[in-house]
Design a protein around this ligand. Structure first.
Ligand code: MG
Ligand code: ZN
Length: 221
């Protein structure tokens, strides 16, 4: 079998499980968010700020994906929300089967929003459907404003772009306007947020948007 055929078969199998995940989320009225980014963009810090804002309004659970260590799950655990860690042992993305297993570990809890922190990587996570309602992509200002052009698929498949670490803009050679223009040239439908987790900027807007699309989603079903 050629590599292309093997890849296609892996993705086909993934899509079948992703559909069953989607059904399982729907049945429990859970809105699932798949968070994509490069390593070090601030995903876990952003999730911590989101939990602080959302936890008195809605029930949240988190699936943490990492190549190694339970460090991120331990950080989330401190906020008292259900969390489970997937360690991929070197695999550079989450797939639907891993998420299905992680979701089973959360089945004793009732929650409304499931945040899935994917492995830090902008390439293959974009190709693997996990059964989520939306993908969001986080790009920190320090990564360079040309990144949307280099990793178009991740931007194309996402509903929102979160430009993180905006407090660092005065110190770096990166333009927020260029980031936005590049991202919108790939995907004009992207909803864009600007955040800083250390200064707690923009997280409220992001969370309000999530609460809105969650309730719109409910009306559609
Ligand atoms: Mg993390
Ligand atoms: Zn991968």
């Amino acid at each position: 079998m050629s590599i292309k055929v093997v890849e296609r078969k892996i993705l086909e199998k993934n899509d079948i499980v992703a559909q069953s995940n989607r059904k399982a989320f729907e049945e429990k009225n859970i809105f699932a968010i798949n968070m994509l980014s490069s390593p070090g963009s601030g995903k876990t810090s952003l999730i911590e700020r989101m939990i602080e804002f959302l936890r008195n309004k809605i029930r949240i659970a988190v699936i943490e994906g990492d190549l190694q260590t339970k460090l991120d799950a331990e950080r989330i655990e401190k906020y008292g929300v259900p969390v489970t860690q997937i360690i991929t042992n070197g695999a550079c993305h989450l797939d639907a089967i891993l998420v299905k297993e992680a979701f089973l570990k959360l089945c004793d809890y009732d929650f409304d929003i499931l945040i899935i922190e994917n492995v830090g990587n902008l390439v293959c996570p974009a190709g693997f459907d996990l059964g989520e309602n939306i993908k969001v992509i986080i790009l920190s200002t320090t990564e360079g404003d040309d990144k949307p052009l280099k990793y178009p698929l991740a931007f194309l498949k996402s509903s929102a772009l979160i430009i993180n670490k905006i407090d660092l803009l005065p110190y770096i050679n990166s333009s927020i306007e260029v980031i936005k223009n590049n991202a919108l040239s790939i995907n004009p439908r992207l909803k864009i947020f600007e955040t800083s987790c250390t200064k707690n900027i923009g997280v409220e807007n992001l969370c309000e948007w999530i609460l809105n699309i969650k309730s719109e989603n409910k009306v559609q079903n």
